[in-house]
Design a protein around this ligand. Structure first.
Ligand SMILES: [Ca+2]
Ligand SMILES: [Ca+2]
Length: 439
């Protein structure tokens, strides 16, 4: 019957269209939109690496034909193949083709488990929502962090000004004391000269020769020798308070004797400039011996304060001095039986529950990236390690609304990693994650 025939024809045609559609969707399974053009051919398929031509039926037939796995984008047949998760509504990405129909949901759109007992649900929308909330949280933190940073910058300016005033006051105090000491020395010198004249007269009178003349000469020239320096100058260099002969000679500018006034001037220069490198990164403590009095002691105190302040002001506290407030602060974190302490621009220590303290590094330098050098700090030359070298700590700074030590790890022996959060580390341009990346 013609009616029956046409009905049959219509049904066949619909079936053919549906079959073609599924066949095509099967052939395109696991490919990204940019790669779909390789799978349009109806007769044959050229492996994407160009190595082989195969009949088009062999695409996604669950048998690996191409070496690059390009004929099986939607099955797990090829060992090096990759499957494209479209993840509509979230981020598309590739997974190794071995994860196709392996019973574990990998793509948030569940497309990798099209023929498996695993009952995968489409979670792309949830993921997107969760990410949006997280991004909003981050943006809020950044906003607050930047506001706090602005306050820190303003405080930094005041703090810096305060320290500079302090520095000038100390310099003035040192100069005043220096003048007073000079005056005292001058008076003493006068007295000694008188004494010397008398001794000389006495010496000639008594006809005493060598020793008296030498004594007179010493008092007259009022110079200082290597031995005297070793006796009167001590070095505060960790535990050692000893000045070697070489160091004493270095202080006398390579000579074995120096005019006392010139020597005092040299010492003053070294101390006031904080130029302790000259004598091997040491701080000098000058025992003025019998000459030392209240003014001398005060001068030494001023020298110490000056040198300390100058060293602190020489540190790089950020482009807007936003990290200056961290000076003289320490941040602690307890991890198991250890308490870690980060004192920025000073040192990092680890204290065990028994109270034993280890130095994990002294302030070294900023070691951040080229675009943000203030994203990382290095503390080095800590307690020596038994296998050589010394302990060191790398501190990564991240943006946050509070200033706190967040985590401590020891990824390899004697090498510590800390995460430190502070508004001072907030940067106006957030590092956006690649929302549209395909992997
Ligand atoms: Ca195949
Ligand atoms: Ca899977």
């Amino acid at each position: 019957e013609p009616v029956h025939d046409s009905d049959m024809f219509f049904r066949l045609a619909v079936a053919a269209v549906i079959w073609c559609y599924f066949a095509e969707s099967r052939k395109l399974r696991g490919t990204s939109s940019s790669y779909k053009r390789f799978y349009r051919e109806r007769k044959s398929f050229l492996c994407i690496d160009g190595s082989k031509v195969i009949p088009f039926e062999q695409v996604n037939d669950d048998y690996c034909d191409c070496e690059d796995g390009s004929d099986e984008p939607g099955t797990s047949a090829c060992p090096h193949g990759r499957f494209y998760c479209t993840n509509l509504g979230f981020r598309p990405h590739y997974i190794p083709s071995s994860r196709v129909n392996d019973g574990i949901c990998d793509c948030c759109d569940a497309s990798d488990e099209y023929s498996s007992p695993a009952n995968c649900q489409n979670t792309c929308w949830n993921l997107r929502q969760r990410e949006r909330v997280s991004v909003e949280d981050q943006m809020r933190t950044l906003d607050q962090g930047l506001q706090l940073k602005q306050q820190l910058i303003e405080e930094g300016v005041l703090l810096r000004r305060e320290k500079q005033v302090q520095l000038r006051e100390l310099q003035q105090a040192a100069e005043d004391l220096q003048v007073k000491l000079e005056e005292q020395r001058r008076r003493k010198h006068e007295a000694e000269r008188l004494k010397e004249h008398m001794l000389r007269a006495l010496g000639f009178l008594k006809n005493t020769t060598h020793t008296a003349v030498n004594y007179v000469l010493f008092v007259f020239f009022h110079s200082i020798t290597v031995d005297e320096i070793q006796a009167k100058v001590a070095l505060i260099h960790d535990e050692e308070w000893v000045l070697s002969k070489d160091e004493a000679v270095a202080l006398l500018a390579g000579d074995h004797q120096m005019d006392l006034k010139k020597f005092h001037h040299t010492l003053w220069e070294i101390l006031s400039k904080g130029d302790s490198i000259k004598v091997g990164s040491l701080i000098l403590y000058y025992h003025f011996g019998s000459v030392l009095n209240a003014n001398g002691c005060a001068l030494i105190d001023v020298f110490f304060s000056l040198s300390d302040l100058q060293k602190k002001l020489a540190i790089n506290y950020g482009s807007d001095w936003e990290f200056l407030f961290l000076n003289n602060q320490c941040y602690k974190l307890k991890v198991y039986e250890y308490t870690y302490s980060l004192c920025p621009f000073n040192q990092v220590t680890q204290t065990s529950s028994s109270g034993e303290e280890f130095l994990l590094g002294k302030w070294g330098m900023w070691t951040g990236t080229a675009e943000d050098q203030y994203s990382q700090m290095l503390y080095e030359n800590g307690k020596p390690c038994w296998q050589g070298g010394s302990r060191s700590t790398t501190v990564t700074l991240t943006c946050g609304t509070e200033t706190a030590l967040q985590s401590v790890k020891e990824p390899s022996k004697c090498q510590y990693i800390m995460n430190f959060q502070t508004p001072a580390a907030c940067q106006p341009v957030p590092k956006q994650r690649g929302v549209h990346s395909e992997l």
